[in-house]
Ligand binder design. Structure first.
Ligand code: ATP
Ligand code: MG
Length: 357
């Protein structure tokens, strides 16, 4: 039997596993029949959980449930972005030798310090399992996606993680390039090689970052004309805007100091994300309710899309800057773009679609 080709999209919030078979690319489901596997590892007294089962423990096993660890790959402890992650997560990030990063957890009643590479490897082991369960054979060779702006050191860390997981990563593919390849495979009517290429803009805005690539397509050929990225502009930053608003409101209305309580922070961030997603589909004012939030108090607030967009003004402006930057770099006018492909969950925010348009 031919060796299957497997691709892992390892996002900072969620992962997808794809296999190439029967002339197409299929995104396969995990044991919950879900194509999406959360990027999350949780350590407990008796065992370790990965993916959906880990995410379920986010609140109950707060300090030992680790998310967002791909954001720490290949970085130094004193990197400002690492310090920013450290400030916002309930688990403990410590400095290890040579200014490297360690994540401190309690596992089987012992204190352990794991590197971001080790955590990523644990996540990859899960993805490998999902692929193997679907293909009913051993998987070793794979391709892994990384953000376009990943540095050499971040790329090397991802390759190390793959190796720890027992995988042979034959190639790291930039997120937008991977999307471009897929576009090329499924688009049968591309201009002939000698003709003017079809120009497509690929916008990927996920949980943590925004990447824009402009790609020229001819049949059997693609060329990246320009790329612009903003490593710190993604869905979580929009959640944070709602969060900050709610922290202020709950402070005034209920005299609660949300920032003093890690569990409250995580719960409120989850609810803000839910509210944000609902606002993508509704213009009406929507409620945010949390029972027994802090000091036995139930809290509630409301927000509509207009207010959300007002609060997100700075973030939305930055999206526009990146879009324009990509056009300038490609030396193209908006009219010269034939098509736009939106990928990544945050491109569902109506205001973002509007800016892109
Ligand atoms: P990254 O590529 O940044 O590492 P990722 O690939 O894990 O992250 P995605 O799965 O593409 O991220 O997108 C997740 C983000 O999309 C989250 O911030 C989520 O809140 C947001 N999102 C998903 N659905 C919607 C929606 N309907 N409206 C607004 N935001 C949404
Ligand atoms: Mg992504």
């Amino acid at each position: 039997m031919a060796v299957p080709v497997v691709g892992f999209d390892l996002g900072s919030q969620s992962c997808y596993v794809s296999v190439a078979r029967q002339g197409g690319i299929e995104t396969v489901a995990n044991e919950y029949s879900d194509r999406c596997t959360p990027t999350c590892v949780s350590f407990a007294e008796k065992s370790r959980y990965i993916g959906a089962s880990a995410k379920q423990q986010l609140i109950t096993n707060l300090k030992n449930t680790v998310t967002g660890f791909t954001l720490l790959l290949g970085k130094h402890f004193n990197d400002p972005s690492v310090q920013n992650v450290a400030k916002n997560v309930p688990y403990s990030i410590v400095e290890t030798e040579n200014n490297r990063i360690g994540i401190k957890v309690q596992y089987m009643n012992e204190a352990e310090v794991l590197s971001p590479e080790q955590l990523t490897a644990i996540q990859l082991t899960k993805l490998k399992e999902v692929a193997e369960d679907n293909l009913k054979c051993k998987v070793t060779d794979c391709v892994i996606n990384v953000p376009t702006h990943y540095t050499d050191s971040e790329r090397r860390a991802m390759l190390d993680a793959a190796q720890i997981a027992g995988l042979n990563c034959t190639r790291l593919l930039n997120d937008t390039t991977a999307a471009g390849i897929t576009y090329g495979i499924y688009n049968k009517e591309l201009p002939k090689p000698e003709e003017k290429p079809k120009v497509v803009v690929i916008v990927d805005m996920g949980y943590s970052n925004l990447q824009v690539s402009i790609i020229g397509f001819n049949a059997g050929k693609m060329r990246v004309l320009a790329t612009a990225c903003e490593p710190n502009l993604g869905g979580v930053h929009f959640d944070k805007v709602i969060f900050n608003h709610m922290v202020k409101e709950f402070g005034e209305k209920y005299k609660l100091d949300v920032l003093s309580n890690k569990k409250a922070i995580v719960r409120l961030m989850q609810e803000c994300e839910k509210l944000k997603k609902l606002m993508s589909a509704n213009t009406a004012e929507l409620p945010l309710n949390i029972e027994c939030f802090m000091e036995d108090k139930d809290v509630s607030a409301r927000m509509n899309r207009v207010t959300f967009e007002e609060l997100s003004g700075d973030l939305l402006d930055r999206v526009q800057v990146i879009m324009k930057q990509a056009l300038t770099e490609a030396k193209l006018k908006a009219e010269e773009i034939d098509n736009v492909e939106l990928i990544g969950g945050s491109t569902r925010i109506p205001a973002i679609k509007q800016i892109i348009q």
